[in-house]
Design a protein around this ligand. Sequence first.
Ligand code: HPA
Length: 273
Amino acid sequence: MEYSFSFFQKSADYLKSRVPYTPEIGIILGSALGPFAQDIEDPICVNYSDIPNFLLSTAPGHAGKLIFGKIAGKYVVCMSGRFHSYEGYDFEQLVIPIRVLKLLGIKAVILTNAAGGVNESYRPGDIMLMKDHIKLTGASPLRGKNVDEFGPRFFDTTTMYTPRLRALAKECAEGTGLTIHEGVYFFMTGPQFETPAEIRAIRILGGDTVGMSTVTEALTAAHCSLPVLALSVVTNMAAGVLDQPLTEEEVSETGRMIATRFSSYMKKIVAAM
Ligand code: HPA
């Protein structure tokens, strides 16, 4: 399926009719990081199923609504529930959320994810600021006819994880008690967790965390010149690092453990942006 500019405008126009202000920052919450949304003041919730041309979230731990409101005095829009290729979506469909948020007028996006720790010096509960990514499988979300209104056919990705925002997030980490790293996120399509051999290969290739999201959104944002801050929360050590199987429960458990500190860190970042 190929999308025209008006396809995205239809979703944005609907949302503009529901929300009487322009959000400044878009936030996408990863698996197990949903509790942050409870801190949004004066929330206006819009179910994905009510938005024309939008997608539906099917992943566990993903609520499926846009929440507009205020964090630290700033208007934000938060996606509680995101879309992944493992749900059966085509890569081309995964441009939808970021493009709609762009048309709503956001000036930057914060992407968060739960990820496996590939770098053996990382620990569950640590946060990695994404300075880059590696995506060798799956297609680009920008595949297909280019929508020139958003950006050029060929575009640069050198500084797609905006250095200024990363520096700001590093400063905000001081005094939070969180351990912050900067590193490379390795995209895998999932839904199965990786094999130990894949994780060894990913480590050799330069990945520090591994996960099944974020990169499609970051590429869509880079294409339409939207600054990106991306945070990986290490919810588990990747396959084969420890002598134990990975479970979805471990991912949620670490999410719960870090929820309060993560939320106050996010608030500090939004306030400083
Ligand atoms: N691999 C891929 N995705 C993930 C992981 C992992 O180990 N943990 C949380 N999301």
